[in-house]
Design a binder for this molecule. Structure first.
Ligand code: ADP
Length: 172
């Protein structure tokens, strides 16, 4: 979905893999959506990461979990984040931080993006402590052993994970 850019609007982009979207991501999306006129949640189409869900599936899941947030739009991109942000008419990149390890990586990324697009500011949002341990990888690991992922992801994501795990098992 591509909503029009209106001048004077504060547009932010929240880029990531979202493989799949977790409650930690959703918390950042919800909080960030209150700070901007529009928030574009953008799935990075990064072939090198060997994702569990296709870009289309990740976009679809994000659309489901953000359906009640009217100023949030979901998109995907292949460009450099710095270029994508410019195309979307955004001047802010939102990223989430869970730990010092996240911080080191995110600082490097933010500095690189600043070098590539000096008009874009990276803004960090601290995780809600209840999600500080939560990542897509953890969720995938638990789901692969048919463990309980309630509270970590939405119902839609839980179902999608179950389907994906069963599909994979059927192929083994
Ligand atoms: P990437 O591969 O770009 O790191 P992710 O989907 O893993 O993509 O994460 C996207 C962003 O969301 C990153 O800034 C990451 O630090 C943040 N994030 C991930 N999980 C959480 C969480 N539980 N709480 C807060 N931020 C999070």
């Amino acid at each position: 979905m591509n909503k029009e850019v209106h001048s004077g609007e504060r547009v932010a982009v929240y880029p990531g893999s979202f493989d799949p979207v977790t409650m930690g991501h959703l918390d950042i999306i919800t909080r960030a959506s209150k700070q901007f006129d529009r928030l574009v949640v953008a799935v990075l189409n990064n072939k090198s990461k060997n994702p569990l869900f296709s870009v289309e599936e990740r976009v679809e899941l994000l659309e489901m979990v953000t359906k009640d947030l009217p100023n949030v739009e979901v998109d995907s991109f292949r460009d450099l984040t710095a270029s994508y942000v410019r195309v979307k008419g955004a001047d802010v990149i939102v990223r989430g931080i869970r730990s010092v390890t996240d911080f080191e990586y995110e600082l490097q990324l933010a500095s690189l993006n600043k070098k590539l697009n000096k008009d874009a500011e990276t803004i960090f949002m601290m995780t809600d402590p209840i999600y500080s341990y939560l990542s897509s990888s953890v969720v995938k690991e638990i789901a692969s052993f048919n463990g309980d992922v309630t509270d970590l992801v939405s119902k839609e994501v839980e179902e999608a994970l179950r389907r994906k795990v069963n599909e994979k098992k059927a192929l083994e």
